[in-house]
Ligand binder design. Sequence first.
Ligand code: ADP
Ligand code: XUL
Length: 514
Amino acid sequence: MSKTPLYLGLDLSTQSMSALVIDALSGHSIAEQTVNFGKDLPEYKAPSGFIQGPVDGEVFSDPCMWLDALNLVLERLSKKVSLKNIVAISGSGQQHASVYLNQNFEKKLLNLDANQDLKSNLSNCFSRKLSPIWMDNSTTIECDEIATAIGGNEQVLAKTGSIMIERFTGAQIRKFAKNHSEAYSKTAIIHLASSFCCSVMVGQNASIDYGDGAGMNLMNLEAQNWDDELIVATAQDLIDKLPLLKPSNEQVGSISSYFVEKYGFSKECQIYAFSGDNPNSLIGCGGASTGTAVISLGTSDTFFSAMQQPLFDPQGFGHVFGNPAGGYMSLICFMNGSLTREKICQSFNYDWNQFSQALTSHDSEQGTIELPWLNDEITPKVPKNQQAIDALEQAVGNNDSSIVRALIEGQFINMYLQSQWMGELINNIIVTGGASQNDEIVQIIADIFQATVNRLETPNSAALGAAMRAYQAHTKSCWQDTTRKFIHFKSNSSCQPGSYNIEAKIAEFKRLLQ
Ligand code: ADP
Ligand code: XUL
């Protein structure tokens, strides 16, 4: 077993919790473990990690499921790696999700009983049982109310880098405060998924970093602090319920004795601020400085890159977040990502190999495209497209698999069009996330963006980015050296663009929109 310094990155995503350990000498990952919420924790009845709420557009996850997953992933990891050699930890969380805790939380964190699991320790600390997550789009009314109070969405955009967005935490908090005022008043602290997980690891309330904090519609990007006007417009006494905002490389403290006793971590092991999955992926894909665009194909599809100065999307669909390496990052997020690809796959009763065959057996020159919105979309904001749903059903009936390519090209034509506000000439793209394992999807991306596309040794760039952030903060290395040390491309996986008539496809896409 290795005695060299090891760094751990945790990633609490929509569908799973993963842990990835990097070795500071070799610069490689030496262990990776994942707990899949649906498969490993079926008692939560959340096959993809979330459940729909009673009101249209509501989507929740159970924070106790996240705690169970943390126990399980560390237990599995402890069988592969000697955890006492881990010198520092950081982490990643799906963005925007919020966790509501009562006054017991802080006291309980100080005295976690290592003979019990985390859920049993913390079960009486929640003032809200379920956490609304990034897929929740039920807060249009609250978005309008807050924007009106601030003087319109232009003001909100200038302050926070995004117009009011349904899934962002501010509107979610307002809805809870309005509809469940008693439970809201019993809430002592509201964490993001990232800062919640960090608090548990360190045994005290942790701060929120600028990367994830920017996804709340509550942080003033320029001042890097809570925005007084937005806080007041969002909910009563909110400032008293929010953690502090801190840079992403903040040292939060030593690991809680719970993890020392239960899993054999060293008590010297340091915890650094956790951040959002996209900011972490930026780092874990080698995109700390400008010039590399990243496409993450997880539950959501996202497109992002580092930015020196904030530049805002005039249409209001894009966002500016804090870059954990300093400065900013741009981001656009698509709801019709992997779950839509799964729906297409399942409609034909295909596995991923058959899905890939369908993609390659129809050539793009001849084929048409379809609008890719089998579910409601947020970029752009459009309801699910009945024409596309009918076309898929008809194609399944006729056993016509050309629709698979038509829909996937539609997904990435939409991404191409929606990324134009960033104004960057993109020659190089890193593709990450679960679906980046699919060579045919990656080829379509290379063709549409006319860019070279590379992949990393691990598709779990959020966990890798978190581990790299722990290393960088702990050793105070520069980002260039950190990136050079830990970013390794998958060999023979570089994908070159083929010929593609982008103008004709865009014209067809726009015709379908009419
Ligand atoms: P998240 O981090 O949001 O939980 P992941 O990055 O782990 O998600 O990606 C999970 C998704 O990857 C699954 O929903 C699945 O649809 C997709 N996926 C896995 N393998 C393939 C493949 N070979 N082709 C296309 N999609 C895939
Ligand atoms: C980004 C977003 C998603 C989540 C889950 O704004 O909502 O990408 O971070 O991955």
